[in-house]
Design a protein around this ligand. Structure first.
Ligand code: ADP
Ligand code: GN1
Ligand code: MG
Length: 360
């Protein structure tokens, strides 16, 4: 607590430090809710230095994107704007981050009061609002100049890279873990070729390169107490990409009936009603941006992101759990099984998904 207070004190923000407590359910950064007097709250975050190699540039991305969104909101005369983008504070060295003696980087942002996020979506109405929130975000960053951004994780959703890393992890894994992951490996192998299709379209320049978020898990969208979307957070991975990544990852997370952390596989299914509600909201806000080719291939983004997530969890399991934090030994294996179960169910409804997108 003393250390967190010291870090907080290096930022120029109003209010004396009262307390700091771990907050949220993100996998990557260490997040704390800081309470200060004067009734202000902040989010203090240690950015993951194992994953992000150039954190000053990452923070610059966040500032640029938030600044862009802020300017658009001002231009559109939207009310109460400080709840609709993230405000970063500056350190006493004039940077939007603080580097501590151990070489760790920290950011301080305004806590969006009264906000909440969902790990599991409770009903179709919220699924629709998740679509509105992410669709609005795509719209707000659609005119942001991609050349200003640093690629914080190169090849983040690159399919050959993820397939190669799975193979490499398999080659080095313990016999027990190989045995435990065998069935999933076999299942995923069937998709190896077909999952390269979107990558190929992207590489051939047949899908427009856009500024995308790349981590549109449902809990990266904050809601107000009336369940209206406020703000998309976790901008660590805003980079050039294709809309399929954002649409697909949001569907992967929002339409899983049991949520990605469930220990009960039988509860996992693909919720078609949520898919329709999310898609309606997303398209309402963003469909004017998309080409016919994008719309015709969008459903494949959903299977792709679910497949990639299964590959990534399984890779981490075989590799000995270095990327995603685990709370029990089989945690990453279980997470991979959940994604595979979801993928199986999604496959069955694929034609319907495709049709629904084209009707929007
Ligand atoms: P990670 O990369 O680890 O997922 P996030 O930036 O998503 O980190 O933050 C983790 C959690 O903290 C989020 O899911 C959200 O609940 C909460 N959070 C982060 N920033 C804010 C903020 N400015 N206001 C309110 N809640 C926030
Ligand atoms: C991580 O940061 P968080 O928890 O929102 C990961 C995503 C995964 C997700 C799976 C930078 O997201 O790519 O889809 O976990 N982020 C990074 O839960 O790797
Ligand atoms: Mg997050």
């Amino acid at each position: 607590m003393e250390k967190l207070k010291k870090i907080y004190d290096t930022f120029v923000a109003s209010g004396q430090f009262v307390s700091a407590t771990p907050y949220g359910s993100g996998h990557i950064n260490d997040t704390y809710l800081v309470k200060a007097d004067e009734d202000v709250e902040y989010i203090l975050q240690k950015i993951n230095g194992n994953i992000f190699k150039d954190i000053p540039k990452l923070v610059q991305n966040k500032e640029l994107v938030c600044g862009h969104i802020r300017n658009r909101l001002i231009r559109q005369k939207v009310s109460d704007i400080t709840r609709k983008y993230i405000t970063y504070f500056y350190s006493d060295k004039g940077k939007a981050y603080h580097k501590d003696y151990d070489g760790n980087y920290w950011t301080l942002s305004l806590f969006i009061k009264g906000s909440k996020s969902y790990d599991v979506i409770p009903d179709s109405q919220i699924a629709y609002q998740v679509g509105i929130g992410f669709g609005e975000f795509e719209n707000r960053i659609s005119d942001f100049d991609a050349r200003l951004l640093t690629e914080t994780i190169p090849l983040f959703h690159n399919v050959p890279r993820r397939q190669r890393e799975l193979k490499e992890a398999l080659a080095k894994a313990s016999p027990e873990r190989i045995e435990a992951g065998k069935e999933l490996l076999e299942y995923l192998k069937r998709f190896d070729k077909e999952m390269l299709d979107l990558q190929q379209l992207k590489d051939d320049g047949l899908l427009p390169l856009r500024v995308t978020h790349n981590d549109t898990k449902a809990n990266n969208l904050l809601f107000d107490h009336n369940d209206h979307p406020l703000c998309v957070i976790d901008l660590d991975t805003v980079m050039p990409g294709i809309v399929h990544y954002d649409f697909g990852d949001a569907i992967r997370s929002a339409c899983n009936t049991a949520g990605e952390e469930t220990r009960n596989l039988n509860e996992v299914s693909f919720n078609m009603a949520y898919f329709e509600a999310f898609t309606a909201g997303f398209m309402e806000k963003a469909k004017h941006l998309f080409t016919l080719k994008e719309k015709r291939t969008l459903a494949r983004g959903c299977t792709l992101m679910t497949y990639l997530q299964a590959v990534r969890f399984l890779t981490d399991y075989l590799d000995g759990d270095h990327y995603y934090p685990v709370t029990y030994p089989e945690h990453n294996l279980q997470r991979a099984k959940v994604q595979v179960r979801l993928l199986q169910d999604m496959e069955k409804q694929f034609d319907k998904m495709n049709q629904f997108i084209l009707e929007q």
